[in-house]
Design a protein around this ligand. Structure first.
Ligand code: ITT
Length: 201
């Protein structure tokens, strides 16, 4: 049997890693933890810059193809926060629960118990650190953020987020269902198409 190409996922977030195993079945998914890679601080001004930086750093450290994922939650009623700061909204190194609690407090401050929100995801894939033609794919998911939390699946803000038209929070859905509709799922599908086209050129 032919072995699958290896792809290092440039993330320290176990929730993302688990999702990529489901989303990119054509690859042997490897974690950067296995290679002892300690990521640098994120200083980019866009999701794209951060994603490219993660992929390049991991490709350099491992010598493998690497995929960066920079993603976040955008809440227009909170001036588009937490946005780029989604992972550290409450404080540096905050847990998912601390970030959710902080988001809840910020919503209560503006007297809102539910409001429109978006998840966004930018994926960047590099064959090598010096790859001049990175594959880039983006995805968005629109929905409602509520101050209550429901469900145990997923990670991050999933228990507070209800995709448009859904009565279930992302954390109440099975992983396969979230994968089909999420910002990361859409970006991964676009990436798979781009890889297919790139390989067949
Ligand atoms: P890496 O940088 O190591 O990949 P991270 O969690 O710090 O991990 P980001 O900087 O991209 O990653 O921050 C993304 C944050 O946005 C993440 O920590 C969650 O709080 C939130 N987030 C992104 N995608 C999400 C999803 O599918 N469900 C829930 N929250 C999500």
């Amino acid at each position: 049997m032919e072995s699958k190409p290896k792809l290092l996922i440039a993330t320290s977030n176990p929730g993302k890693l688990k999702e990529f195993t489901l989303l990119l079945p054509d690859f042997e998914i490897l974690s950067q933890e296995t290679f002892g890679i300690i990521p640098e601080e994120e200083v980019g001004q866009t999701f794209f810059e951060n994603s490219l930086h993660k992929a390049r750093f991991a490709a350099h450290a491992s010598g493998l193809s690497a995929l960066g994922d920079d993603s976040g939650l955008i809440v227009p009623a909170l001036n588009n926060m937490p946005g780029l700061h989604s992972a550290r909204y409450a404080k540096a190194d905050a847990s998912d629960e601390e970030n959710r609690e902080h988001l809840k407090k910020e919503l209560i401050k503006i007297d809102v118990d539910e409001t429109q929100a978006f998840f966004v995801c930018v994926l960047v894939m590099l064959n090598a650190p010096s790859d001049p033609f990175p594959l880039v794919a983006t995805g968005m998911l629109e929905g409602t953020i509520k101050i209550t939390s429901e469900g145990m699946n997923g990670f991050g803000y999933d228990p507070m987020f209800y995709p448009l038209g859904s009565n279930l929070s992302l954390a109440q859905m099975p992983n396969e269902e979230k994968a089909k509709l999420s910002h990361r799922g859409k970006a991964a599908e676009t990436l798979r198409q781009k890889i297919k086209n790139f390989v067949s050129q």
